[in-house]
Ligand binder design. Structure first.
Ligand code: SF4
Ligand code: SF4
Length: 427
């Protein structure tokens, strides 16, 4: 394959053969799953373009910014505040980890029974196929689950620039937990300043907060429109917007989402949907689905249901709750940032009752008929928590299906049978 971006990839140190193989798989899956959908909003053309250029134009854009003095910070978790990065003249990019790659090499460094997300992180590095990872000036890891916490120790040794920064994350929603997070955000702010050579001011931090608030508000506008019946957009398309959320240029992304929402509002008025009215409606809850992990949504939406919400870090867990930008000191703004992120109800927290409550709220808000809890195999926090989630939903008389899977296609048949039976139960 000859791409106009090959020289750039070579310069970044990518393995061109492996990278071409990855792009081919990605392109094929995208064609099969996304471009074959019916009744797609026109506004999704922007996201089709973003996906087609995810390793091309977007990387070139970031490298151009880098050449002009801006830094690139890569992150694996929604606890890393984009607001602080923007305030320090850095762009934050989410590092995907949604596909198996170089598994034989990965399993020399990680136990087999490690979740697919962590394995994928290693596979993209060992296979030299991720231009975001290779171009980043700083990679931020975080102490969330035990798997990630220990894996970062090894990841730090195999990163090309040995540029790993590890952020500590509390495990309890206590006064002490909040103080820990606040302290970590101050430490991160200093690390960003050191990296970029830019002193973060009240004005630049407030500007960073406003930019991300506006982006989140646009996403929320989109998510709320999915409450309509017929749903104006498929779950697959909404997932794609959520997947692009952490890596696109914030202003352009916000603008594209708002244009998409304008179109969806007209579709709702005209009672035009991605699926017919009265199609069974599903809320997905659980582990994040990074690009190109479209497996479960593709199964659900090809089985006669529509996904109307994602209770996930690639979804509402990352886009809800705004930050108060009225503070007049760095301390006050860091407090406001901490308040927002401390509400993230990741399953690494104990206890985590807020999440159980939020799932029920989402079911109501998006008129969902049932919940599919998505747990990645070997993900202890989410698999453990799937049982209390199921119980809480049972008590509220909300049907729930617990699914445990990975990135391979081996269980597709079994998955489809279970999902179809669940959807039948919702009719
Ligand atoms: S699920 Fe938890 S560890 Fe994973 S991205 Fe979300 S907050 Fe971070
Ligand atoms: S999916 Fe689970 S085990 Fe894997 S990184 Fe996320 S929280 Fe950790």
């Amino acid at each position: 394959m000859n791409s106009p971006h090959e020289a750039m990839w070579q310069k970044l140190g990518l393995n061109l053969d492996s990278h071409n193989a990855l792009l081919q798989v990605l392109g094929g899956a995208y064609n099969d799953i996304y471009l074959n959908q019916k009744n797609r909003p026109k506004g999704m053309e922007y996201f089709d373009f973003v996906l087609s250029e995810i390793h091309g134009q977007r990387i070139q854009e970031l490298l151009d910014e880098q050449a002009a003095g801006r830094k690139i910070i890569g992150s694996y978790c929604v606890f890393v505040p984009e607001e602080i990065c923007l305030a320090g003249n850095a762009s934050l990019v989410g590092l995907c980890s949604g596909a198996d790659f170089a598994m034989e090499e990965v399993e020399k460094l990680l136990p087999r029974n490690t979740c697919a997300l962590i394995k994928s992180t290693f596979g993209f590095r060992l296979g030299e196929v991720c231009p975001y990872l290779e171009s980043a000036d700083m990679i931020v890891g975080e102490n969330t689950c035990d798997g990630k916490k220990k894996a970062y120790e090894t990841l730090g040794t195999i990163l090309p620039k040995k540029n790993l920064y590890v952020m500590d994350i509390p495990q309890m929603k206590s006064v002490e937990g909040r103080a820990l997070l606040r302290g970590e955000y101050l430490r991160f702010m200093k690390a960003v300043e050191k990296l970029t050579g830019v002193t973060i001011t009240v004005e630049s931090l407030r500007e960073g907060i406003r930019t991300v608030n506006t982006k989140r508000a646009a996403m929320h506008r989109l998510l709320k429109l999915r409450a309509a019946d017929p749903a104006p957009i498929s779950g697959l398309d909404a997932l794609l917007a959520n997947q692009v959320f952490p890596s696109d240029n914030p202003a352009r992304f916000t603008d594209s989402i708002n244009k998409l929402c304008d179109e969806l509002e007209k579709r709702i008025e005209a009672k035009e949907g991605a699926f017919p009215a009265k199609t069974p409606r599903i809320l997905i809850s659980g582990c994040p689905m990074a690009v190109p992990n479209w497996k479960l949504p593709a199964v659900v939406e090809s089985s006669g249901a529509v996904i109307v919400g994602e209770e996930s870090c690639v979804g509402e867990r990352s886009t809800r709750n705004q930050i108060d930008d009225s503070g007049t000191t760095i301390d006050a703004l860091i407090d406001a940032i901490t308040d927002r992120y401390f509400k993230v109800d990741c399953a690494v927290f104990t206890p985590n009752n807020d999440r159980l409550q939020h799932i029920k709220e989402m079911v109501k808000a998006y008129n969902a008929d049932g919940v599919i809890h998505y747990g990645l195999q070997f993900c202890q926090p989410y698999l453990m928590e799937s049982i209390p989630v199921e119980r809480a939903l049972e008590d509220a008389e909300i049907p729930c299906l617990r699914v445990e899977t990975d990135y391979s296609m081996e269980d597709m048949g079994q998955l489809k049978t279970r999902v179809e039976a669940f959807i039948e139960q919702l009719r």
